[in-house]
Design a protein around this ligand. Structure first.
Ligand SMILES: [Zn+2]
Length: 637
């Protein structure tokens, strides 16, 4: 038998006895002492100070039918002490085998040394149950605390060994969003730990955390599967019950001192000094139906922090400091609002905010300031999507057009339509005409050989085949490989080439730029005729954090069911710009193209106008031709 088996067996026996009819909050109000080392408010615990914790703690009481509590919260709400109360109650009144998991072993060590030792030491009824760690064979070590009827094991979510301990009736999982996604190849540490409790019909599991990133946040996933309780408090003016939301906190003239809460019903301003009364009269209300009737979930932002802890003024001050700095703002959203952060594209980069800054410039014409036209073509099974962009100095960018043409990519007709759109001249606002200098066509779909054939025959016009690589840290465009090989494995003369395209890198660059607000280097101009669908597709992906062996890995993820061709075309066209960088001097390329166009505008010898020293130039000087009428390329979707 494993060591400690006796204790577990006696714990099983203890578990059969009816648990004392005391709740966690009652126990804490009666017995819990806060030490002056660990607490800013030492002395006896008073649940009235943080009334919202009462129900959360009491769901962990032995007489509650709840099996699993999910608590997603911001900072300075008393969450840590609330969990300490659960631990104290368990040791003193409902003993059994318990597992307390921190994100890492190191943090578990700190929890043991700092939090638990002072919890036990300062609370007499606990001190008498657990021998001091000093004495030999006390059953009190760094990672395990024995007491009559039970044992408390401490471990880190990064240790599969620790999580594989014997059955436990109590499982406490702290800061679960900092847990690795997989522990030692044995899977999700939360699931491993929760499995410890599965044999106990009266199990008690609590998960708590400050949330992190949208879609990968464990605590939010758990909360959304729960009954999603919110703490409703009454307006002191109209009595309307409401839960506190950041959007209703207001202040005047950028002055945090004027921060007040605006009642969603009567619109009155509620100064913060009403908060104590509101908290006292508050109640938790479920806002959803739990997937499992014995699971309850609580969400609480720091807006509820009791008077004297974190004030609305401080919260507004923090927000004002963070609002223009994404990492700071993420911390604010996570730790103050207790909400997940949507990486990059999130709240700040919605389709709407992008479309709001769209501009009018003549359709089908290259605006002043732009020097080079590049295009990206995305190949789908029944259509092609085409994006055309212009770039100028500092890679300032203009959407010239985005469209879709339907048809069979295996046939010629569709590709000749691409020729019509992309191999023609485009007028420039400053005079002269220009061609699309480089066109990247995606070869990753089902029509690889058609794409190769198209690119091979139009190589001189800047057309190249590319294949997206979603691996991180790849350059926007890599070294091409020849793809036409004969039966001996030899590369054919004039073989088609395919260029690896660092889609991950490019997306990071472009999304970073979509946040620029000032025209100039790196700014992206969107055409006012680009419809909502364009912007929706452009922002269809967001960067998420995935954990691989405990390390955070950021990657781009598309929302299920969403289309993202507009984004792909934008990415491929940026790859096309880098295709040109391989052929021209990157420092002077925009000047070179400007000069070439300028000459074409002024001289009759337009056909001689070519940028300096192009190597295998895909650029063709403008032909003197009768200008065709330009159908608007920016389509309304
Ligand atoms: Zn009101």
């Amino acid at each position: 038998m494993r060591d400690g088996a006796l204790i577990y067996r006696s714990a099983f026996v203890e578990g059969l006895k009816p648990d004392p009819d005391l709740t966690v909050s009652q126990w804490a109000d009666q017995y819990r002492m806060l030490s002056n080392k660990a607490s800013a408010e030492p002395g006896p615990w008073r649940t009235d100070r943080t009334p919202y914790l009462r129900e959360i703690m009491d769901c962990m009481s032995a007489n509650s039918a709840v099996q699993k509590v999910v608590f997603m919260a911001g900072a300075q709400l008393g969450k840590t002490e609330g969990i300490n109360n659960v631990v104290g109650y368990m040791i003193a009144h409902a003993p059994g085998p318990a597992l307390f998991v921190q994100p890492t072993i190191e943090m578990a060590k700190r929890l043991s040394k700092q939090r638990l030792d002072s919890l036990i030491h300062e609370t007499p009824c606990l001190a008498e149950k657990i021998a001091p760690a000093r004495s030999r064979d006390s059953g009190n070590t760094m990672f395990s605390k024995e007491f009559p009827g039970g044992i408390l094991l401490l471990t880190g979510a990064n240790s599969a060994t620790g999580l594989r301990s014997a059955p436990c009736r109590w499982v406490l999982l702290d800061e679960v969003d900092a847990f690795p996604s997989d522990v030692d190849g044995e899977g999700d540490p939360c699931a491993l730990a929760e499995r410890r409790a599965s044999t106990f019909s009266r199990r008690k599991i609590i998960l708590t955390s400050t949330p992190t990133v949208k879609d990968t946040s464990r605590i939010e996933t758990e909360y959304l599967a729960s009954d999603q309780r919110r703490y409703f408090v009454p307006c002191p003016h109209c009595e309307h019950m409401q839960w506190l939301q950041w959007k209703h906190l207001q202040w005047r003239d950028g002055d945090p001192k004027t921060a007040a809460y605006v009642c969603e019903a009567c619109g009155c301003h509620i100064p913060e000094h009403y908060k104590s009364e509101m908290l006292r009269k508050g109640e938790w209300r479920a806002t959803a139906t739990s997937q499992d009737a014995r699971t309850v979930g609580f969400h609480l932002s720091s807006l509820y922090s009791p008077l004297g802890w974190k004030s609305w003024e401080e919260i507004v001050t923090e927000f004002l400091r963070a609002k223009n700095d994404a990492p700071l703002l993420k911390t604010f959203v996570n730790t103050v609002l207790g909400e997940t952060w949507e990486e990059e594209t999130g709240a700040k980069l919605g389709a709407e905010s992008l479309s709001e800054r769209a501009e009018f410039y003549p359709a089908g014409e290259v605006p002043s300031g732009a020097s080079i036209l590049v295009a990206g073509v995305d190949v789908q099974d029944n259509r092609l999507a085409i994006g055309l962009y212009a770039y100028g100095a500092g890679e300032e960018c203009w959407l010239i057009g985005h469209t879709e043409i339907y048809g069979d990519p295996a046939g010629q007709k569709l590709w000749s339509q691409v020729d019509d759109l992309l191999l023609r001249d485009y007028p420039h606002a400053d005079g002269g005409k220009m061609k699309v200098a480089a066109i990247g066509v995606d070869s990753g779909g089902h029509f690889t050989s058609e794409v190769y054939a198209y690119a091979r025959s139009r190589k001189g016009k800047g057309v190249f085949a590319l294949k997206g690589q979603s691996v991180r840290n790849k350059p926007p465009i890599g070294k091409p490989s020849k793809v036409d090989i004969n039966y001996k494995g030899q590369v054919l003369k004039n073989s088609a080439e395919v260029f690896p395209c660092g889609t991950d890198t490019i997306k990071s660059t472009l999304f970073g730029r979509m946040k620029h607000n000032e025209p100039g280097a790196g700014y992206i101009h969107f055409h006012a005729e680009a419809g909502q669908e364009y912007f929706k597709q452009l922002t269809s992906e967001r960067q998420v954090v995935r954990y691989v062996k405990g390390f955070a890995v950021r990657e781009w993820k598309k929302k299920a069911g969403d289309r993202n061709e507009a984004l792909d075309c934008f990415v491929y066209s940026y790859c096309a710009l880098h295709y040109l960088y391989m052929r021209f001097n990157r420092n002077t390329i925009f000047d070179q193209f400007d000069r070439a166009r300028g000459q074409s505008g002024k001289t009759d010898a337009a056909t001689d106008a070519t940028p300096d020293k192009p190597i295998d130039s895909p650029y063709r000087p403008p032909q003197r031709r009768v200008r065709r009428s330009n159908p608007s390329f920016v389509t309304s979707w």
